[in-house]
Design a protein around this ligand. Structure first.
Ligand code: AMP
Ligand code: GLY
Length: 438
């Protein structure tokens, strides 16, 4: 048990535990790079390991060659290494029960249990939860067969959403402009199995009009504390054209998230979500992210994610003024309300540099040049990169996130776009309108 002495000093077993934490971060993208960058500023932290990490993370932490879904090896590694606390980046290990396995082995970990992770792992589960706890969301129906889906689609006007129930790396929701398109997606998921088991059941959902906002929150089961708000840009190209991606950029704060909307979100969404989690007896000590649509009738939940967003984290954490390791410690001890969490007033803009072809197929192993030419007031978080001898190479669809900070979003955006072309690799592309308010 840790007892807080002053706010950033911990006593463990009678010995001052400052500078002593060994932390493991699971994952290897820009989100994890940003988490580690922030943790590195904490006087509580001695060593950080990241499994599997990437080239950028390797410069500030120790990369460990274990994949983020090899739960057994992650547990073994943590026991062997004496890891005091683990943070989970991606959703897949959470849905597979990494938190339960770590706790069964006496290891501290930040994240929801397998049960609670269903809020992201199953859209049907999440929609049922929202309905039960009266949380505003789009009207929906569930279909298990194509004939059920056909009958349901008749009752919706277009555009309409067809969504796979299970995880699909951000690519399981289809905005269908016509009934024919909706039928074809439903058939693809239910009968042709285009997303495998994730599409065994589907959700058909009313289209909501408005502006999207991401509200990432710390949660410990007793309280829920929203972070600074942000907005993700999910489509591949400028003007929200092209396919859905994992996210091409993000900025914080988002102008649509007014004080009035913030109050409404707290009362109608965040508090009822916490209450539902308590009533369903979920052990949830981690991060919960509500993807909102700010509609004319107020904020509505599009989805829950049970982790930090990527690239929202890269835009949000640079604004955090409080020690992140201290927050994580308080979360696992269910004492989140003891810590005062502060955010800077600045604006941040994160622009993703992606590989030609993303979100479809793309080349890997291309040399990245110019990383050392980026001015120091910009942050560069690595997503899909690898170290190849002395070279840093591409190793994913989203390769790097360049983050600018300024008094305003405009100032932050200007800094990024003035410098982004200093970095290059064959076929690199990025959106030029991240943080442009519409
Ligand atoms: P989801 O996987 O449910 O988060 O959906 C992915 C993306 O699809 C969201 O970030 C939105 O851009 C869009 N989307 C999902 N549901 C709706 C909806 N009901 N109305 C409008 N857009 C939606
Ligand atoms: N940026 C969206 C996500 O992390 O799911």
């Amino acid at each position: 048990m840790q007892t807080a002495i002053p706010s950033t000093t911990y006593r463990s077993g009678g010995i001052l535990a400052e500078f002593s934490m060994k932390i493991l971060v699971i994952g290897g993208g820009g989100r994890e790079h940003a988490i580690i960058w922030k943790l590195n500023q904490s006087p509580l932290v001695k060593e950080i390991y990241c499994a599997p990490g990437n080239a950028g993370i390797g410069k500030i932490a120790k990369n460990v060659n274990i994949s983020s879904d090899n739960i057994e090896r992650l547990v073994e590694f943590s026991l062997e290494t004496g890891i005091n606390l683990t943070i989970v980046g991606p959703e897949a290990p959470l849905v597979e029960g990494v938190v339960d396995k770590f706790r069964q082995n006496g290891l501290k970990i930040v994240g929801p249990t397998e049960h609670a992770a269903q809020l992201e792992g199953s859209k049907i589960f999440a929609k049922g939860f929202m309905k039960k706890y009266n949380i505003p969301t789009a009207r929906y129906d569930v279909a298990n067969t194509f004939s059920e889906a056909s009958a349901i689609i008749e009752n919706y006007s277009c555009p309409v959403l067809v969504k796979a129930d299970g995880l699909a790396a951000g690519k399981g929701a289809f905005v269908c402009k016509s009934r024919e398109e909706a039928l074809s997606k439903a058939k693809g998921l239910l009968e042709e199995k285009i997303l495998g088991k994730s599409g065994d059941n589907i959700v058909i959902e009313e289209f909501l009009y408005g502006t999207e906002t991401s509200i990432l929150c710390f949660i410990d089961g007793n309280s829920i504390v929203p972070m600074a708000n942000s907005q993700d840009h999910k489509r591949a190209f400028d003007g929200d054209k092209g396919e859905m991606t994992g996210g091409m950029g993000a900025y914080s704060p988002n102008h649509v998230y007014t004080e009035e909307i913030e109050r409404q979100t707290e009362m109608e969404i965040l508090q009822p979500t916490l209450l539902g989690i308590q009533k369903e007896k979920m052990d949830y000590r981690g991060i919960i992210y509500a993807g909102l649509m700010i509609t004319k009738e107020g904020p509505k939940v599009l989805e829950y994610n049970v982790r930090f967003g990527d690239p929202e984290t890269q835009a949000v954490l640079p604004r955090l003024e409080t020690d992140l390791a201290e927050i994580f410690n308080k979360i696992v001890d269910r004492k989140l309300e003891d810590v005062d969490i502060n955010w800077s007033e600045e604006g941040t803009v994160c622009v993703m540099l992606a590989s030609e072809g993303y979100p479809g197929s793309y080349k890997k192993g291309l040399e990245i040049k110019g990383l050392e030419d980026i001015p120091e007031d910009l942050l560069v978080f690595h997503s899909g990169t690898a170290e190849d001898g002395k070279r840093v190479t591409t190793n994913g669809g989203r390769v790097l996130g360049i983050v600018g900070r300024g008094k305003t979003i405009d100032e932050a955006r200007e800094k990024v776009y003035k410098n982004i072309d200093r970095i290059s690799f064959e076929g690199a592309f990025y959106r030029t309108d991240i943080g442009v308010e519409r």
